[in-house]
Ligand binder design. Structure first.
Ligand SMILES: Cc1ncc(COP(=O)(O)O)c(C=O)c1O
Length: 288
């Protein structure tokens, strides 16, 4: 299969996917003991790489794992991987696990981490999704309390996303103790009276790189922003609700739990923000 020929990176080597093998004792497999990043690549330009590497460091620090590479090494390795793919717009997935060791919960001593990277075509939302918006369902956020770490232990998020799929929705928007957190693989922003209102970055949400980009672009475009906890009732009564992520950019939510949200169409602030995002994204390339 052609897919098996795709070049991936594993522990210092660029090799075909079909040859990339990891031990069943890898702690990523046994415990989900690792962290990851997803870096979008537009026309072979890495988008906000510095931000992703900073968040990777935060995740590694959070799980007590030394960073196996310097930012320069990450950059050159990612660039080498990107250069080996036959498509221009990519999503580079990278993951670092605590390596291969005899099964025991406590950290093993003197074990090299496993570093894996692959790059797939960047799957952005369709024109129809941008123009019509998407459906979400809601649920109580039952994940752990370190959602600021981008860990490969994603079962909580996997179950939430599956709940969405089973209900013909693209995402599950979550609330913890009656407050908006995020969605299974996206941040959530609402618009109230023309102001973008977003939950502040804390341990309950992933500090999204697209969330930051959206805030920056909105500031530059003069769209007011308020960072504060958002009660569930307020979120569900907001004028607009959006998702943000590296693969969704910004996307309007137009159906919640099977019912039209607002007037069931992407709102004016979303339409403005989406255009601003499209114009601004090339300007903020961290690496040319
Ligand atoms: C739980 C969660 N929240 C938010 C995001 C958005 O983060 P980013 O904008 O960096 O893609 C993601 C991305 O995968 C995610 O998994």
């Amino acid at each position: 299969m052609a897919e098996q020929q795709q070049i991936v990176y594993l522990n210092g080597e660029l090799i075909p996917l079909g040859e990339a093998k990891v031990s069943v004792l890898d702690r990523g497999f046994i415990y989900g003991d690792g962290v990851y990043e997803l870096v979008p690549v537009y026309a072979r330009q890495l988008f906000r790489l510095e931000h992703h590497l900073r968040r990777l460091q935060h995740s590694l620090d959070g799980i007590g794992l030394a960073n196996p590479m310097s930012p320069t090494q990450w950059e050159s390795t990612i660039r080498a991987l990107v250069a080996r793919q036959p498509f221009d717009d990519q999503g580079v997935y990278l993951q670092v696990t605590r390596g291969v060791a005899k099964r025991d919960h406590a950290f093993p001593a003197g074990v090299a981490p496993t570093v894996f990277m692959m790059s797939n075509p960047l799957a952005l939302p369709s024109r129809e999704q941008v123009e019509r918006g998407v459906a979400v369902v809601t649920a109580d956020d039952n994940r752990w309390r370190r959602c600021d770490l981008k860990t490969t232990s994603l079962l909580g998020n996997v179950l939430m996303r599956q709940f969405a799929v089973e209900n013909d929705a693209v995402e599950t928007v979550m609330f913890r103790d009656g407050m908006l957190t995020e969605a299974s693989a996206s941040n959530v922003l609402v618009v109230i009276g023309g102001t973008i209102v977003v939950p502040p970055k804390d341990n309950h949400i992933l500090p999204g790189i697209t969330y930051d980009a959206t805030m920056e672009f909105a500031r530059e475009a003069g769209i007011p922003i308020e960072l504060r906890p958002v009660p569930k009732a307020e979120a569900l009564a907001a004028d607009e609700m959006w998702l943000s992520s590296s693969t969704k950019e910004v996307l309007a939510i137009t159906t919640v739990d099977g019912k039209p949200f607002g007037n069931g169409k992407p709102g004016p602030v979303f339409r403005r923000m989406w255009s601003v995002f499209q114009t601004m994204k090339p300007k903020v390339r961290q690496t040319a």
